[in-house]
Write a protein that binds this ligand. Structure first.
Ligand SMILES: Cc1cc2nc3c(=O)[nH]c(=O)nc-3n(C[C@H](O)[C@H](O)[C@H](O)COP(=O)(O)O)c2cc1C
Length: 381
């Protein structure tokens, strides 16, 4: 899948390589990663842990290392995601520790001035030799945004703010001379930015807005957009991808990548995988944190209807409401093949125990994806 800018970025950013199905890691910078559980082996936020996960994914040829932008936890016995690394500084260091993976920062637009964001992004693009991508998020977790001293904006206004924010960032990335800017939210006097990013015209942009306004924003501005799959069958995936890709093509003349997020439980037998899933969700799950999360998500995001949120508490605990990749290596490869046939370009993955289960995925599932023609073997550096 390519975008209109792929020609200039394909040389440096693996996001634009020709693997038919791309892979990412989701949440390696936050405590518990994506699993809201007290199960043994859950992720602890230390630099050696996050570095080891990212270098393992890098060696295996993953295209995307995607951190979560979080400022406060969700309470409960795990205080889910409460311990977390800031994502620009994280990405700068991960860029230096890796050689080929795409390195992402996730930026809440209300927390960073666009001049600062553009500068940090350009710096990481240079550190990574053009492997950087920026995940733009508007924010929905009210308590963390209110820590910054301003009330959270009304839902759709957040996306207007993001449009202006990105407009300023792009002007800094692309304008040779000084420029003035006056919008509804930002006033820039003699804006200036050097050096320019390595990627031209600018680094890859990700957005995972799920509401109608969010999906439209992603279709218009992002190279990499996301679908939330409220059912786990082929037809739902195909319909969601088709709608988002169609929106980008028909309304904005853009060809975008469409990804989703998935959680992985891979075991020698299906029964072992399902038993472990039930153990870490039903027995060890942090049901208090998931209550807090879904209550605020339900009020502040329009991505999933309330009744789906209720039903999805299980999947939030299992892996941030991602698509379940649960079973034997063969079953997981089949499910990924199904996502690919439905038109999905890639998925960001999470596990309970990233340090042990990612290497297992690389050893047991990746070869099956290569045999199926979804990916070329990685070239370890
Ligand atoms: C893969 C993925 C990564 C995301 N990362 C973050 C994040 O790090 N921080 C955050 O506050 N929201 C994050 N989000 C939330 C989205 O940006 C978005 O706000 C959410 O899907 C709700 O959609 P809406 O804003 O259109 O209502 C992420 C969503 C997905 C699917």
């Amino acid at each position: 899948m390519s975008t209109q800018f792929a020609d200039s970025r394909v040389r440096t950013n693996p996001l634009f390589n020709d693997n038919r199905f791309k892979l990412g890691i989701f949440g390696p910078n936050v405590s518990n990663g994506c699993a809201m559980t007290l199960a043994e082996g859950r992720l602890e936020t230390t630099w050696p842990n996050t570095r080891a996960i990212c270098t393992a994914a890098d060696q295996a040829g993953f295209e995307a290392l995607v951190p979560v932008a979080r400022w406060k936890g969700f309470g409960g016995p795990t205080n889910f995601n409460g311990s977390c690394f800031e994502t620009y500084t994280w990405a700068a260091a991960i860029a230096e520790a890796t050689r080929q993976a795409g390195v992402f920062s996730t930026s809440h637009v209300p927390t960073v001035h666009p001049i600062m964001a553009a500068k940090q992004a350009t710096t990481i693009d240079h550190v990574s030799s053009g492997r950087f991508a920026l995940n733009i998020v508007c924010g929905w977790f009210q308590p963390e945004l209110e820590m910054f001293g301003a009330p959270i904006m009304e839902h759709d206004v957040r996306y207007d703010y993001a449009t202006e924010w990105l407009d300023v960032v792009k002007r800094l990335w692309t304008t040779e001379d000084e420029f003035d800017y006056e919008g509804r939210f930002f006033k820039i006097d003699k804006g200036f930015h050097e050096p320019k990013p390595i990627q031209q015209p600018f680094p890859a942009i990700m957005n995972a807005g799920g509401s109608p306004v969010g999906q439209r924003w992603a279709a218009k501005h992002a190279d990499m957009a996301f679908v939330a799959l409220e059912k786990h069958d082929f037809e739902t995936a195909q319909a969601r991808v088709g709608a988002l890709r169609g929106l980008a093509r028909d309304d904005y003349g853009r060809d975008i990548q469409v990804w989703n997020s998935s959680y992985v439980v891979c075991r020698p037998t299906e029964k072992e995988a399902v038993d472990y899933l039930n153990y870490y969700v039903r027995e060890k799950g942090d049901w208090e944190a998931v209550e807090n999360l879904t209550r605020i998500f339900g009020m502040q995001s329009l991505a999933l209807p309330k009744e789906v949120l209720e039903e999805f508490k299980f999947h939030f605990i299992a892996g941030w409401s991602g698509f379940p990749l649960v079973g034997t290596p063969e079953q997981i490869a089949d499910r990924i093949l199904m996502l690919s046939r439905a038109g999905i370009d890639g998925t960001v993955l999470s596990w309970v125990n990233y340090q042990e289960e990612l290497p297992q995925f690389v050893a047991e599932v990746l070869p099956l994806l290569e045999q199926a023609g979804l990916r070329k073997p990685a070239q370890p550096t």
